[in-house]
Design a protein around this ligand. Sequence first.
Ligand code: IPE
Ligand code: IPE
Ligand code: MG
Length: 246
Amino acid sequence: MEEFKENTQLKVPVHVSIIMDGNGRWAKLRGKERVFGHSNGVESVRACVEAAVENGVRYLSLFAFSEENWGRPAEEVNTLMGLMFKAIANEIEALKKQRVRFRVLGDFSRLDPSLVEAIRAAEASTVPSSGEEPVLDLIVFLSYSGKWDILQAAKRLAADFMSDPSGLEKVTTAEFASRLVTAGIPDPDLIIRTSGESRISNYLLWQAAYSEFLFVDTLWPDFRKNDFRLALEEYSKRDRRYGKVK
Ligand code: IPE
Ligand code: IPE
Ligand code: MG
């Protein structure tokens, strides 16, 4: 494996987002059920949170379960939801110690009410005391899709302008974005997808407008601190021009 060079001056992204893919293939390679890959992926999450904190990344977001993933066999869906429950129970204390703020975003209307309750409690318990800034915001996208997010924002916008439709004319992209579930969170600077797939799979469609993309072959349960650091090193080499001439 390529070694990360410790002394390199890194241009650190504020927000790193990861499409955590390849759990099923990782398990299959070991002759195990797909769910074995999902449970091993939790360790990769822990490693990336630590790597993000160590490298000064301010926001780490993770695509954990897509709207489309509801179409998987019920047994797999139940296991994934169970893992979310377990991760909340087991990891929240460690996150608090590291001063990490935990948040979950997505279409909660499809989640089991007991899971929603556990998520809300975990989120509330990691809100820093007033005046304090978290070291890292860890954002998990659960039951999420980019098209769903844009549609719910459009519906909220329409509702807000019900009494004054002419006001819609002046709505800016910033005002629209303030109705997305990611309101207040800076757009991802870097989006990493593991497992060799080069697609966005209905993830942050609006928010990814100017993200840098990195597609790596590593399967998610194998993606650890060194892979995270290598991704930061690759990001450092990118020249972000935003359509302008440098
Ligand atoms: C990512 O791994 C986890 C989720 C999408 C929930 P997959 O389960 O998609 O694993 P592969 O892509 O089939 O290997
Ligand atoms: C994308 O992975 C969703 C998550 C990682 C949560 P999928 O495995 O579901 O996506 P496709 O099927 O390869 O597009
Ligand atoms: Mg997949």
